[in-house]
Design a protein around this ligand. Structure first.
Ligand SMILES: [Zn+2]
Length: 430
């Protein structure tokens, strides 16, 4: 099969005008000017998208597919009331509900050109559905909960779910990781045990970190609205010990959970020392700018992280805290945050270019998931994971700029994973 369009954006080299990508089996065979690719390929099946950009499939580094149908929660509201609402609504969901919700999530991801995820699996069906769809990336088995306070029992339960997930994912496109939910929904003892488990098994680890000011107050001094809420439901060691006098980032570092396998999610409230610690530990950070806006938690110090060369990716978070899986609009918001942060900074502050931002949602995301050699750019030998974006009137200008400034998720015309067309906009169907 050959995919052709006005522009091919390989990421690994300059954009190709009137380009094409030849696919053989699940891999990319050739990338180049249309005539060259056509002449060199034996394939006669050409899908020509005309005024469009062919680019690597997008990488959404933070999702909770199972929460897709928690949609009514995604109105703008403060974090604490949101998470309490999420917990209450979750109690009413059956296994079938989670499965249906995750299926809709997968469909929406594919419609948005997303081929690779860092997905958090809380209940199980999300993994089954993502595997079935052939999504690539990492499914992180989540550990969450303060009840039944025997840490060994809690860790044994996680180990059992990890075994289940690893068996299910054997030979498939998704790897399995571990996600201790956060410092406030797990006791510090369990958190440490999970860090040890991840290290022993060399598991990639994702953790919600420094998302709210209340989390910082809890870890710092055992006070604030999160501490109050925890006290009402039975307490937390950070409340009873009046905190640790440190930041959430330092807390997970001291607990053995911060290293090059760590994906720190959100990272909104960081001190300069936290940024340095993340950078030194070679941890990765996933920025979720729209989710942060909706839950009114503040904006991440995106430019500082960028300048300190912390490896960054971008995620939408779940549709319980976002209106859609639109990585173009996340790129747009990241750019405006960087511009605003540069304006209040001192001296000349370079901001990420449009190309840098597109890279965050493709190659950089793939590298963070350990898949940089397989996906993230259009190169011969890599998997044919591709998104095609409608782009009328692109005869002039920079395609990266077009994607960051103009594109929306409904511009996706086609999504391909491993050479399989997983979504084709209706006017291109048949
Ligand atoms: Zn999340």
């Amino acid at each position: 099969m050959i995919i052709a369009a006005d522009i091919v954006l390989p990421l690994s080299r300059e954009p190709i005008v009137d380009g094409a990508v030849a696919i053989e089996g699940d891999r990319i065979q050739a990338v180049g000017p249309r005539q060259e690719v056509l002449a060199a390929s034996a394939s006669r099946r050409v899908l020509d998208f005309g005024h469009a950009i062919v680019m690597p499939g997008l990488v959404n580094l933070h999702t909770h597919l199972e929460y897709t149908d928690m949609g009514p929660l995604n109105e703008s509201r403060p974090f604490l009331s949101w998470i309490q609402g999420l917990v209450a609504a979750s109690r009413k969901f059956s296994r079938e509900d989670w499965s249906r919700s995750a299926k809709r999530g997968v469909r929406l991801l594919l419609e948005a050109g997303i081929t690779c995820v860092g997905d958090i699996v809380t209940f199980g069906p999300g993994l089954e559905v993502a595997l079935e769809a052939g999504l690539r990336g990492i499914s992180y088995v989540e550990a969450v909960g303060l009840r039944g306070n025997d840490p060994h029992e809690q860790v044994a339960d996680v180990e059992q779910r990890l075994r289940w997930a690893q068996t299910l994912a054997e030979g498939k496109n998704l790897k399995i990781g571990l996600s201790p939910h956060s410092v406030y929904t797990l006791s510090s003892k369990v958190l440490e045990e999970l860090g040890r488990l991840a290290n022993e098994r060399q598991l990639p680890l994702a953790i919600h970190l420094a998302e709210t000011q209340a989390e910082c107050q809890l870890v710092g001094a055992g006070e604030g609205e999160l501490a109050e809420a925890l006290r009402r439901i039975g307490g937390h060691d950070l409340v009873s010990s009046r905190g640790r006098g440190i930041s959430p980032v330092e807390h997970i570092w001291r607990s053995g959970l911060l290293d090059q396998k760590t994906l720190a999610v959100h990272c909104v409230h960081l001190s300069e020392a936290d940024v340095a610690l993340l950078s030194d530990a070679k941890a990765d950070v996933v920025l979720c700018p729209w989710s942060n806006r909706l839950l009114q938690v503040g904006d991440a110090p995106t430019l500082r992280l960028w300048q300190e060369r912390v490896r960054l990716g971008v995620g939408t978070d779940s549709l319980a805290s976002n209106f859609g899986f639109d990585l173009f609009s996340e790129m747009r918001l990241l750019r405006s945050l960087c511009q605003r942060q540069a304006a209040v900074g001192s001296g000349a502050m370079p901001v990420p270019s449009a190309r840098d931002l597109v890279q965050l949602a493709t190659l950089a995301g793939a590298e963070i998931l350990g898949l940089g050699g397989d996906i993230g750019s259009l190169e011969p030998g890599k998997y044919a994971d591709i998104a095609v974006v409608r782009a009328p009137g692109l005869a002039i200008g920079d395609p990266y700029e077009y994607l960051v400034a103009q594109a929306v998720r409904s511009d996706i015309l086609c999504t391909i994973i491993g050479g399989n067309i997983t979504y084709l906009a209706s006017k291109h169907g048949g």
